[in-house]
Write a protein that binds this ligand. Sequence first.
Ligand code: NAD
Ligand code: SIN
Length: 520
Amino acid sequence: MSFRVTYSVVNADLSALHREFDAALASLRSAFGKTFPSWVDGRPLESGDWLESRTPSDGRVLLARFHRAPTAEIGRAVEIAHRAQARWAKAPWQERVQRMADAADLISKRRMEIAAVASLEVGKNRLESLGDVEESADLLRYYGSQVTEANGFARPLGKLSAREDTRDLLRPYGVFAVVSPFNFPMALAAGMSGAALLAGNAVILKPSEATPWCAQLLYACLRDAGLPDGVFQVLHGEGETVGAALARHPGIDGVAFTGSTRVGMELFRLMSTDRVRPCLLEMGGKNAAVVCESASLDDAVEGCARSTFGLSGQKCSALSRIYVAKALHAKFLERLSERAQAITVGDPTRADVFMGPVIDGEAVERYGRACAEARARGTVHAGGARLTEGELRHGHFVAPTVVSVPRGDRLEREELFLPFVTVDAFDSYDEALGLVNAVDYGLTAGIFSQRAEEIDGFMDRAQAGVLYANRATGATTGAWPGVQSFCGWKASGSTGKGGCGPYYVAQFAREQSQTRMGST
Ligand code: NAD
Ligand code: SIN
């Protein structure tokens, strides 16, 4: 088996991997500017206008054009999905598991091409892009294993008399709309779609308008794995139009969404008008790390830097608040600021670059506002400016930024989704844990400490779904299917059961008990 890239890969010999990535990139560059359709009933949908996919590294480069699905086509796609779903749900569950396993193998086989596209579309560095692709394949495999272990979600129940026989089944809802974000264009689109499909639903995917090419490649893998026409369809377009129209459509039986809390709540309202339809929402974060006095400073600085600046801070799991024990605060701040300044920012398709651009001009403006506010109300220790030197002037590049602001400041409470972190000092451990929990969100959190009672207390009291202790490869980031479940608490999620975790697929189905009376 070839070397598998996860988000925790460090210090490995990656020279062969880089050669393969270079080759994939060269072949993609020669194919820039193509057009790709939306996909309905296994056929290309091309009538209407087009949206452009450009790389955030250089706005002059048009990657490809994608068909913008007219909202008038949504009814037809939903109707087709229902017809296809009825057949798909009747097929043995082993067939669905096999299709997903085959798709996973195709994703793994095509990983270099897909990762190069993700790097171009999102601005992810090479390892983050390969990790996203490998994660999407592992999600399909892991979710398939949940169906197999649960015997297709069918089990016998008890009896009140000798004559009766009851089976409990999880049965699909019907047609799920899957609305995915830009930052993990493969893992999140594949994970949500794959789980819905494995449970026997049909899926209409509305991928982020910033990453349609990745969605096209995912579609190709599922199609080439033998998924029947109409079971998985892709409609490109903006969220406010195509995404909202899908949620409004009465033929949509459920929505799986990953994205911001603002949009997730909007979808929840759209989905909850006449009846309650399942709304699986994975949303934003404002994730904290606590660095205790006993911590290893090296691990804490490295783990915090990787989680703050990886993918330019554009992970829901990204670290954006750090609370450091007073005795260590000055040293930690100095070391983290040095680490931030040493980060290579640039074209993320280059092998030596750790941090690429942010996704778009709006993110650059958000960064500018955050830096101005930090300057006005606090101190900027590192970064704080847009980067426009040389090759960077055509892209959305900003400097890794470390600030201090007054406690409870907006910058310490609201998700910014930028390579931007606040650092604050604490006097007592209890105070630090109170600060970790003092936000609306509850996604990930980390602690650095060498005292078991501090780690245990953190695991017990931190109000977030994903907790890490002493993780130098990522203080709050880097979950993997079947290794860390990824459940948003509070304003970070709606279901109480996370992606990557053991209870995920069952949420895409509804329970039915079937009692048959025999004749003794
Ligand atoms: P976003 O909320 O802007 O968009 C997500 C998706 O929703 C996109 O496909 C978009 O087109 C669509 N959309 C936008 N407005 C819509 C509307 N009115 N109706 C229907 N659909 C609409 O998020 P983003 O900028 O793509 O991604 C970043 C956000 O995602 C961050 O908040 C991040 O924390 C979150 N996220 C969460 C997780 C998690 O697992 N909890 C994982 C990744 C990202
Ligand atoms: C994400 O889905 O945004 C991040 C996942 C992770 O880093 O664990």
